[in-house]
Design a protein around this ligand. Structure first.
Ligand SMILES: Nc1ncnc2c1ncn2[C@@H]1O[C@H](COP(=O)(O)OP(=O)(O)O)[C@@H](O)[C@H]1O
Ligand SMILES: [Mg+2]
Length: 309
């Protein structure tokens, strides 16, 4: 569950505060008013909401202040990458406006704040989900359709192998995965003709419901990827967060509303298990999901074992 913790105020004269006020100058009737700071958790970087007295709120994501296990990246490059990706996709999907980025302040990216629950929060609250999932499906479809290229098939398989490595499996289990992946590799699935730019980190916490669906967190966005990677990751996340009979219905609904015909639905349904396996393996490597690890690995193996059809 996302939590906002009050951290204090930014006082006048504070360099970061003055910089923020400068960016927002035309929206703030009183640039010298109070600025409250709230830390948002969980997040893999320091992420804060800055609330100005006039009801204007922005989000600061500090790439130079990682909180998760992954600190081996170039913060400045990651900041610039997310900034330019948000700008690129803002013409065809709903994303918070990217307002500014600055290396000097721990590589911060400032975006507009979108109030509203994330899909993760809606799942946790057992709130009605179907309409929101339709929104996510349409958003992903627009993202993919507007960025069509070829798919780097080698990279899709290499990524799955990398996530397997991060799971540090026993040798026999790893060999079983290698063998299953071999069958997928020699099949005609995951076509090279079906590439696009993907969101990359299609987890339920990266979609916000506010009069339609908004996507955030484009740090993991990639070009020349397979579109069903986003759907598979999201499907595995949904199954792992609402491990009950509802999940199957949600996943079918998501894919159905993503597809433009019954034929396409049948086609992409065959690619889905490969990317759902990837989704389960991504979750299985997380230390705070250790209690579910065995189940997640079994699901991943079962997905791949269903085989390329
Ligand atoms: N523009 C935004 N509007 C509202 N909430 C946001 C926004 N950006 C981030 N958040 C909140 O902060 C959390 C972490 O931000 P995110 O960009 O996803 O970073 P991380 O890479 O750490 O997951 C999100 O899951 C969401 O709850
Ligand atoms: Mg995120």
């Amino acid at each position: 569950m996302t939590i906002e913790k009050y951290q204090g105020r930014l006082e006048p004269g504070d360099a970061f505060r003055e910089w923020l006020a400068g960016i927002l100058a035309d929206r703030l009737p009183d640039p010298d008013g109070k600025v409250r700071v709230y830390r948002i958790e969980p997040a893999s970087h320091v992420v804060c909401r800055y609330e100005f007295a006039d009801g204007v709120s922005v989000i600061g994501k500090f790439f130079g202040a990682p909180t998760g296990a992954n600190s081996r990246y170039n913060p400045r490059k990651a900041m610039k990458n997310e900034y330019s990706r948000i700008q690129r996709v803002s013409g065809f999907i709903r994303v918070p406006g990217a307002l500014a980025a600055r290396s000097r302040f721990h590589a911060v990216l400032v975006t507009e704040h979108i109030p509203g629950p994330t899909i993760q929060e809606l799942i946790a609250a057992k709130a009605p989900l179907y309409d929101h999932l339709t929104g996510v499906a349409h958003l992903l479809r627009r993202l993919h359709d507007n960025t069509r290229t070829s798919c780097n098939r080698e990279r899709e398989f290499a990524y799955l192998h990398k996530v397997l490595d991060q799971n540090r499996l026993t040798q026999p289990l790893r060999e079983r995965f290698n063998c299953l992946l071999g069958a997928w590799w020699h099949s005609s699935r995951i076509s090279r003709d079906e590439g696009c730019m993907i969101h990359g980190d299609a987890t339920p916490s990266n979609y916000i419901a506010n009069d339609g669906i908004w996507a955030i967190d484009f740090e993991g966005s990639r070009n020349h990827a397979h579109p069903i990677r986003d759907l598979g990751i999201l499907a595995a996340e949904i199954k792992a967060s609402s491990a009950n009979a509802r999940a199957e219905g949600f996943i079918g609904h998501l894919l159905w509303h993503y597809c433009s015909s019954e034929e396409e639905f049948r086609h992409y349904t065959r690619d889905l298990p490969f990317f759902m396996a990837l989704g389960y393996l991504r979750i299985a490597r997380l230390p705070w999901r250790a209690a579910e690890r065995d189940w997640l690995l079994q699901e991943a193996e079962a997905c791949l074992a269903a085989g390329p059809r």
